[in-house]
Design a protein around this ligand. Structure first.
Ligand code: G3P
Length: 219
């Protein structure tokens, strides 16, 4: 499973990219609004693409297909790594079809059901992003929707990639991997939680204490 960061924060992106485990980044208007002080959003997206050297999702804000296509064309000029996020609404499906013909990769966002995912795939979206955490928030089991999308896509050999999104905690990442999501996008906090284990810290301290007693040093 590929691991993406869900952020617009360049420091977080540099931190996790340095681990050598970062495959891509997803942003959205809310995440980029938190980076407003960095100035031009295009320069920020370019910097993110240069660090990641993999898919970086940037979202349109137009609500009509024509406007979405125009914004997608403009965003895709920032870098070859830009993937355009389009909301799963009728105008978004129309735009996705046009962008597919133009070879611009679309990530169909704000997807909450397998039926929306079927439409996204048939419209030509390269990625579909079911928002699991937001479904959990309203009392649904978001993971069930991802499981259904996985099953449907496998039934028909659909190659649209499933991005498990709105990831809130490490258990979500585990669910994503077990269900066969292609990608899990998560905040930096969840990456940091994933690597932590109390037994790792205890074990490391014990090894180092024992080694120190020997007086040896590794050159
Ligand atoms: O990038 C979209 C998605 O991951 C949003 O997550 O936490 O705002 O529901 P969240």
């Amino acid at each position: 499973m590929q691991l993406y960061l869900d952020t617009g924060n360049i420091d977080e992106i540099k931190e996790i990219a340095a681990w050598g485990v970062l495959d891509g980044v997803t942003t959205n208007p809310t995440l980029l609004s938190r980076e407003k002080d960095r100035g031009d959003y295009r320069a920020l997206l370019k910097e993110i693409c240069d660090v990641v050297q993999g898919p970086v999702s940037a979202e349109v804000t137009a609500l009509d297909a024509e406007g979405m296509v125009r914004q997608a064309q403009s965003l895709s000029k920032i870098s070859e790594h830009i993937v355009v996020k389009i909301p799963c609404i009728p105008e978004g499906l129309k735009a996705a079809g046009v962008l597919f013909e133009e070879g611009i990769h679309v990530n169909m966002t704000l997807t909450f059901s397998p039926l929306q995912a079927i439409l996204a795939a048939n419209a030509g979206a390269a990625y579909v992003s079911p928002f699991v955490g937001r479904l959990d928030d309203i009392g649904h089991e978001g993971i069930n929707q991802v499981a259904r999308i996985r099953e449907i896509f496998d039934n028909y050999g659909i190659d649209t990639r499933i991005i498990f999104a709105s990831t809130r905690h490490p258990e979500h990442v585990m669910q994503a991997a077990l269900i066969g999501a292609d990608i899990c996008t998560m905040p930096a906090k969840v990456f940091r939680q994933m690597v932590k284990h109390p037994l790792t810290d205890i074990g490391l301290k014990r090894f180092l204490d024992d080694w120190e007693k020997t007086g040896f040093s590794i050159e």
